[in-house]
Write a protein of this length. Structure first.
Length: 317
């Protein structure tokens, strides 16, 4: 389906929980989330119905995210049901990786084709700091389990944070030599409450090309990342610049939160509820949400914060 600016909307990011087993400083508050009532969240039946309605409107790619999708008890069954929806061609899942040693093989078998695994540092102390509680070894074990479980095209997502991990850009990019994975550096976004990072933390993607002059540019692949490759690497380095060089003109996505709100734009406060609706009503609500998608997300910077009135764990990154 085309939106009002001629963009073809084919990609749904579906958050299945706000809960997480980590507490990344830029993503959620230290004390986690105020747990919503069960009846405020989409049921599994409603979630699958929403995927069916979105697919009927032309959604072809589904990303399951959160919160941490792997803390959801029925995640494998949900992925299996999503994979069976007519029209859905690709199911991707974004995770912090720590539960993949148990779940990588069942997810693959259920029909998940791609994994994005978040990893902001290769230093165990810094990992514990940024996640407020996590163990680097568990995230690394998750990446290894995903590789062993038959996932190819794994992407490592690294949020670029000035003064925190800009000194690790070469080491993180070098993961594309150590494993057959892509590494994506993503600019830190100034969300509603994304920690107490100062202006120096919001560095542009060019910090990566400055740190790695040996990066060879690659042709665009239709994604929002600017692509490069290190000599002798097995995967690409991608740079995603929502803050310094937005890509709203190519945005092909809508989001649905775990409590059933459609977000036509990540950084807009607009939310349209599908909770409690039947299939036909969901279809019409998703259609009108696509038609209300704004042209761009507006200025974003340390001082011009996102208009989304939620943290990333409550939206689905
Ligand atoms: N728990 C999963 C994970 O860690 O990947 C999935 C949810 S998390 C919200 C999805 C992605 O959003 C992660 O790659 C995370 O780094 C990114 N993210 C969260 N807050 C962000 C922010 N303020 N700026 C940029 N990326 C952010």
């Amino acid at each position: 389906m085309l939106d009002n600016y001629g963009r073809s909307i084919t990609y749904l990011r579906l958050s299945v929980t706000e809960l997480c087993n980590l507490r990344c400083r830029y993503c959620m508050p230290e004390d986690g989330v105020c747990k919503k009532r069960h009846d405020e969240m989409l049921t599994q039946e409603e979630t699958v119905m929403a995927i069916r309605a979105a697919a009927a409107l032309g959604i072809r790619k589904l990303r399951i995210t959160g919160g941490e999708p792997l803390v959801k008890g029925n995640i494998v069954e949900l992925c299996r049901q999503a994979a069976a929806v007519e029209g859905i061609e690709e199911i991707c899942l974004t995770t912090n990786g720590t539960l993949l040693p148990k779940l990588a093989a069942p997810l693959r078998e259920a029909g998940v084709s791609r994994l994005n695994i978040s990893l902001d540092t290769l230093d165990a102390d810094k990992f514990r700091y940024i996640t407020r509680c996590g163990e680097l070894s568990e995230a690394v074990a998750g990446i290894e389990a995903a590789l062993a479980g038959g996932f190819d095209k794994i992407k490592i997502n690294t949020v670029l944070i000035g003064g925190f991990n800009d000194d690790e850009i070469p080491a993180l990019a070098d993961l594309t030599r150590r494993w057959p994975v892509d590494v994506r550096f993503i600019e830190l976004m100034p969300m509603y409450d994304s920690g107490d990072f100062g202006p120096e933390a919001f560095i542009p993607y060019t910090a990566v090309t400055d740190a790695l002059p040996e990066l060879v540019p690659l042709p665009a692949d239709g994604s929002v990342a600017k692509l490069y490759r290190l000599p002798d690497a097995q995967g690409d380095v991608g740079l995603i610049s929502p803050v310094s060089a937005h890509f709203c003109a190519e945005c092909n996505r809508i989001r649905i939160t775990a409590d059933g709100k459609i977000k036509p734009c990540l950084h807009s406060s607009d939310e349209i509820s599908i909770k409690g609706q039947d299939f036909d009503a969901m279809l019409e609500t998703i259609r009108s949400a696509i038609l209300s998608k704004p042209r761009w997300h507006g200025e974003l910077s340390y001082s011009a914060r996102s208009h989304a009135n939620r943290n990333m764990n409550q939206i689905g990154g």
